[in-house]
Design a protein around this ligand. Structure first.
Ligand code: FAD
Length: 641
């Protein structure tokens, strides 16, 4: 897999070029070809997507317009070939605006343009890299940062620190980088945001074998990034951080670690970045008798690859995003499969979810890798601006348990129609049709495999509540005991227990987990009052339900953290501590906004709410707003000492 690849020269004949474009999306295609050729006249008004129909697969273009757009792009690429494959210079600001507005189907607010420019990162530019270096602002100041975790978030913050010349050590409990994509090896594991967007802005590639790549491919991508960006050398693998304690006198952090062989160390750092993820500690259901089960059992994030499921009676507890990915594969192997469902997921039809990229698109990505960049923006724009408003609660709308607004009801109609189409058996349909508003829980992508799986003769979907796990299997509340050889927990992660089981102790021996009391909060998801120079990646309220990629958030957080280090170094401060009133006002705003979103208003159970019922996971505002607020810390928000 090549990062930021240059385009290969086009030598194909006109017919081959045209054929290769058949599956390309017209909007990103024309934008990419306009960029490569410098011919913005390709961005014709009559071929623009309809901004009001962005959620439709063809964004409002009819087949004739689609054909016309591809013909136009093919002819332009043929001319480009004939002229010697010479790329036009990168677009100036005005041209870039024209291209972006073509893609968006209309005017784009000025605020958005710098953000979209960063997301595009045309020419392989790293526009979020720090613009300063420690040698220039504080060469002699001792400053070392401990980063905890070498998943997607830890890698990007470590890269940013190193780019700024700040020493950093990354502690990683596993033996490799990748976090989620290293640990979740269950069959069927894949990303559910298109990869052109679920990748770093500064390390884009068109070499994805599928639109939604599998775990192996993502792991390879993050490994590649760690190597190419020189981060791997700074990672101490097989080393778990057990505690981070603030030294009141020295105003530094002491990080205590334990290696796989039991060796313990304590090292001093000026700042600590937790990049331990929200979805890193498996969660098991609170069902009596779990320890009694005599067969094999494991969690989806700890898949037992030594166990051959062929011919066995397998039970799966859970039908969330991971379970929906592995259940169809398990069904192929097991003699019998019993799926225990508490709440059915809404499905979003995605026909190409598991498909390989067609040959034409592969050709396009190789010869015009700019297409991947414009496709990234296409995904960003459509999923971000398109979907968030559909989750906003209209207080006048009734009944709220069905949908939260007219727009949300429209989504419900679409999703429900899909389920009706897929499940003809009324009894099964009643079981799989959610009774809560769409977007109140994570929506699951489906290419038809869910219905194919649940309608198999050897698969049973059980919706009665589980009473207990017995020695032989699972007993539901109606008294039925189903005998099983294997029990698989697809029950998610301890998402609300941020930073556990680490012991984090701030000034005055205040324990972070005691302070939080099960209700983790932070300012911008990054800093907590009373814990100076402690920063979080993918912290509280930085998750999204539908509109975006977590990588976007991590890149924003990394920039904020590195700019915080700059603030400390430039002004010769030892520590920065978030002001409580800033933190509290921010959290009040977030809570109020989350209550007005489908995931906050609905009573449905979800991993977005902590044990106190607060939405501790999700960011309820736009991506633009997070980007704007995290560009650099406002010194007024912090006590600097
Ligand atoms: C199955 C799955 C699918 C997902 N799909 C998507 C998707 O489609 N789109 C999307 O936007 N997001 C998705 N996510 C969410 C998110 O993008 C990933 O979880 C992502 O990997 C988060 O990166 P991270 O680095 O913050 O955390 P992680 O990937 O969880 O990495 C955390 C790292 O910290 C290490 N660590 C933890 N505690 C310690 C400690 N005490 N000491 C040392 N090391 C420690 C862990 O070993 C791990 O390597 C998915 C998550 C899961 C679980």
């Amino acid at each position: 897999m090549r990062l930021n690849p240059a385009g290969e020269a086009i030598t194909d004949d006109d017919g081959a070029i045209r054929a290769a474009l058949e599956q390309a999306q017209p909007a990103p295609l024309l934008a990419a070809v306009a960029q490569v050729t410098g011919d913005v006249s390709l961005l014709r008004h009559d071929l623009r997507p309809d901004p009001n129909r962005m959620l439709e697969p063809d964004a409002g273009l009819d087949p004739e317009q689609m054909r016309e757009a591809r013909d136009l792009a093919a002819a332009a690429l043929a001319r480009f070939r004939d002229a010697g494959n010479v790329r036009a210079p990168l677009p100036a600001a005005g041209e870039l605006r024209t291209m972006v507005e073509f893609l968006a189907g209309g005017p784009v607010a000025d605020d958005y343009l710098p953000l979209l420019r960063e997301e595009l990162a045309l020419g392989g530019a790293d526009l979020r890299a720090p613009t300063w270096h420690k040698d220039e602002i504080a060469p002699d100041a001792p400053f070392a940062v401990a980063v905890i975790g070498a998943g997607m978030s830890g890698l990007v913050v470590a890269l940013r620190l190193l780019q700024a010349g700040v020493a950093c050590t990354v502690f990683e409990k596993n033996t490799d980088v990748g976090g989620t994509w290293y640990e979740n090896t269950y069959p069927g594991c894949r990303v559910d945001i298109a990869n052109t967007f679920y990748s770093y802005s500064f390390a884009q590639t068109g070499d994805w074998p599928q639109h939604y790549s599998s775990q192996e491919v993502l792991l390879e991508y993050f490994r590649r990034c760690a190597d190419e960006f020189g981060v791997r050398d700074h990672v101490r693998f097989g080393t778990e951080v057990v505690a981070a304690e603030f030294d009141d006198e020295r105003r530094t952090w002491v990080v205590r670690t334990r290696a796989a062989d039991g060796t313990e160390t304590a090292e001093e750092f000026q700042a600590v970045v937790s990049a331990v993820g929200q979805l890193n500690r498996p969660k098991y259901p609170d069902i009596p008798g779990r320890e009694r089960f005599a067969g094999a059992s494991f969690h989806s994030a700890r898949w037992d690859h030594d166990l051959d499921l062929t011919g066995l009676r397998v039970g799966v507890i859970g039908t969330g995003a991971s379970a929906a990915q592995f259940i169809p594969v398990v069904a192929e192997q097991a003699a019998e499969l019993v799926v225990f469902q508490r709440t059915p997921p809404w499905l979003i039809p995605t026909p190409d979810y598991q498909q390989d990229l067609p040959d034409g698109l592969r050709w396009l990505m190789r010869h015009v890798p700019e297409y991947a960049r414009w496709d990234r923006l296409w995904v960003f724009w459509r999923t971000h601006e398109g979907l968030l408003p559909m989750a906003v609660v209209d207080p006048e709308w009734q009944p709220q348990d069905r949908s939260v607004s007219a727009a949300n009801d429209l989504v419900r109609e679409l999703f429900a129609a899909y389920l009706h189409l897929e499940f003809s058996d009324p009894e099964l349909l009643a079981k799989v049709l959610p009774t809560y508003p769409p977007i109140a829980k994570r929506v699951v992508r489906d290419d038809g495999v869910w219905a194919r799986t649940l309608t198999r003769d050897d698969v049973e979907l059980v919706t009665d509540a589980i009473a207990e796990i017995t020695e032989r299997g699972v007993r539901t509340c109606d008294g039925t005991e189903r005998e099983l050889d294997v029990l698989i927990y697809g029950t998610g992660f301890e998402a609300s227990k941020f930073l556990t089981p680490m012991h984090v102790v701030g000034p005055g021996a205040v324990d972070l987990h005691e302070r939080w009391g099960g209700d983790a909060r932070a300012y911008l998801g990054i800093t907590v009052p009373g814990f100076p120079n402690l920063f979080m990646m993918y912290g509280p309220n930085t998750n999204i339900v539908i509109n975006g990629s977590i990588i976007f958030f991590s890149e924003c957080e990394a920039r904020f953290i590195v700019e915080s280090v700059r603030l400390l170094l430039e002004d010769h401060h030892a520590t920065m501590d978030c002001r409580p009133e800033v933190h509290d006002a921010f959290n009040e705003r977030v809570d109020a906004a989350n209550r007005a979103m489908a995931w906050g208003a609905s009573e449905v159970n979800s991993w977005y709410k902590n044990e106190l019922g607060r939405v501790a996971q999700n960011w309820p505002f736009s991506l633009l707003e997070y980007w704007q607020q995290t560009r650099s810390p406002d010194p007024a928000d912090y006590v600097l000492q």
